[in-house]
Ligand binder design. Structure first.
Ligand SMILES: Cc1ncc(COP(=O)(O)O)c(C=O)c1O
Length: 423
């Protein structure tokens, strides 16, 4: 039966096609449809719900704030909620990590922070060209799209996407070609015809592009190359940041300090739109209002963001708990991969999944998982990867339950080998 979503909402809708249910309520890692069906959520709002749905530690301060008559919308005016967020971000995130970044509110979405980062890199260096990586995903507005890989999404622009080039991501050539060989050569060769870029934008784990995870040594190599050639390194931590890979920023383990960092998705913690662009203070060359936007002062998001940082990042306990879930998730993924010929684990931390040799397999498994009460999406240029993004706050039992469902779904669709015992 056709419903209003099908008759009235644009054909552009997508997630609702894979999950044809009407989702009504949610708590933690469980969502409920209006028919009363229950789903375990291994999707987490594509990374916007790292602390689960309706987390009481964030919901209570939000409700209190809204009931108090406090300011909701304020463009970039000063408010106590913004002060508290900035102070908490400085105390809980920046200072303990020895990071000195200016904080810009570029607009509420991931693509807004990427646009701001690209503009700033160009303004600072006076160069136009940006390098980005094969299979990168940075958002849907024109600047972000110009540094995105996916050809279907790029076609949607309807105009040439210029002033950017793609370079191979870690392991693009299966280890056969030395990393950065081409880039080193062309940057040093004044006859190469490759314009020196303003910046290089990178995801440490490619969330949409197939869960390719860059090695720490590769990221260090990239950072060194950028420094050597005076190119700004932009880490797009929109999806991999906010604890997703086990540390607050996904680049912490690699020991690099990007010049510019893009954050969004789970920075508000509650699923409210919010984004930050962080950059070294020396790069703060903006003139007032040069980049603006109506929704840069979403105070309810500042409230939940500050509460999330205070609740989960003020000490190391949460990170330890996340580490345990990461081990558990990867053990489950290894078993799933071992059950299908040619399958392999992809990703890092709680941004991980399994790639299957037949590109149709992942979509079928996601559909079979949905039938069994689990929300998982696919990733990669051919949707060939089953992508797991449970909430960082998920319990060990829930994670086991979801992995069991996924094993069952995999077996039903593609299992070719015996699964050794139950999880
Ligand atoms: C790495 C990365 N950058 C940017 C974006 C764009 O964010 P938004 O959809 O909020 O514009 C995404 C979205 O998935 C992303 O994964």
């Amino acid at each position: 039966m056709m419903d209003i979503f099908e008759t009235r909402e644009s054909e552009v809708r997508s997630y609702c096609r894979s999950w044809p249910a009407v989702f009504e309520r949610a708590q933690g890692s469980t969502v409920y449809t209006e028919d009363g069906a229950e789903y375990l959520d291994f999707f987490s709002g594509a990374g916007a719900l790292n602390y689960g749905h309706n987390n009481p530690a964030l919901l209570e301060p939000l409700l209190e704030y809204l009931r108090s008559g406090a300011i909701v919308h304020s463009l970039d005016m000063k408010t106590p909620a913004k002060r508290k967020f900035l102070q908490t971000f400085e105390d809980v995130i920046l200072k303990p990590r020895n990071l000195d970044y200016k904080v810009m509110f570029p607009g509420p979405t991931g693509t807004n922070t990427v646009e701001a980062a690209l503009k700033l890199a160009r303004k600072i260096t006076g160069r136009q060209h940006i390098l980005s990586f094969t299979n990168a995903f940075h958002g849907m507005t024109l600047g972000s799209l110009s540094v995105t890989g996916n050809s279907m999404k790029r076609m949607g622009a309807g105009i040439p996407l210029t002033n950017s080039s793609k370079i191979p991501y870690d392991d693009y050539f299966d280890g056969e070609t030395a990393d950065f060989l081409w880039l080193e050569r062309v940057l040093e060769d004044s006859g190469s015809g490759v314009d020196k870029p303003a910046g290089i934008i990178v995801e440490t784990v490619q969330g949409e592009g197939g869960l390719n995870a860059a090695r720490a040594a590769w990221l260090r190599g990239l950072s060194e190359l950028c420094k050597k050639h005076d190119i700004l390194l932009i880490v797009d931590d929109v999806q991999a940041g906010c604890g997703r890979t086990g540390t607050f920023f996904s680049f912490e383990g690699a020991g690099i300090t990007p010049d510019i960092v893009c954050l969004s998705k789970s920075i508000s913690g509650f699923g409210l739109p919010m984004a930050l662009t962080l950059f070294r203070p020396e790069l703060d060359a903006w003139t007032p209002g040069e980049h603006n936007g109506t929704f840069r002062g979403h105070n309810p998001a500042f409230v939940t963001a500050a509460a999330a940082l205070e609740t989960y990042w003020a000490d190391g306990k949460f990170q330890q708990q996340v580490s345990a879930r990461i081990v558990q998730l990867h053990e489950g993924l290894e078993r799933i991969a071992a059950s299908v010929e040619g399958a392999a684990v992809r990703g890092r931390g709680l941004l991980a999944g399994v790639v299957f040799p037949d590109p149709d397999t992942a979509g079928k498994i996601a559909a079979a998982a949905f039938d069994r009460g689990l929300l998982v999406e696919t990733s990669g240029p051919e949707s060939e990867v089953v992508k797991l993004m449970p909430a960082l706050t998920i319990s060990a039992d829930e994670l086991d339950r979801g992995l069991d469902i996924l094993i069952e779904a995999t077996n039903a669709v593609a299992g070719t080998r015996e699964l050794a015992g139950a999880l």
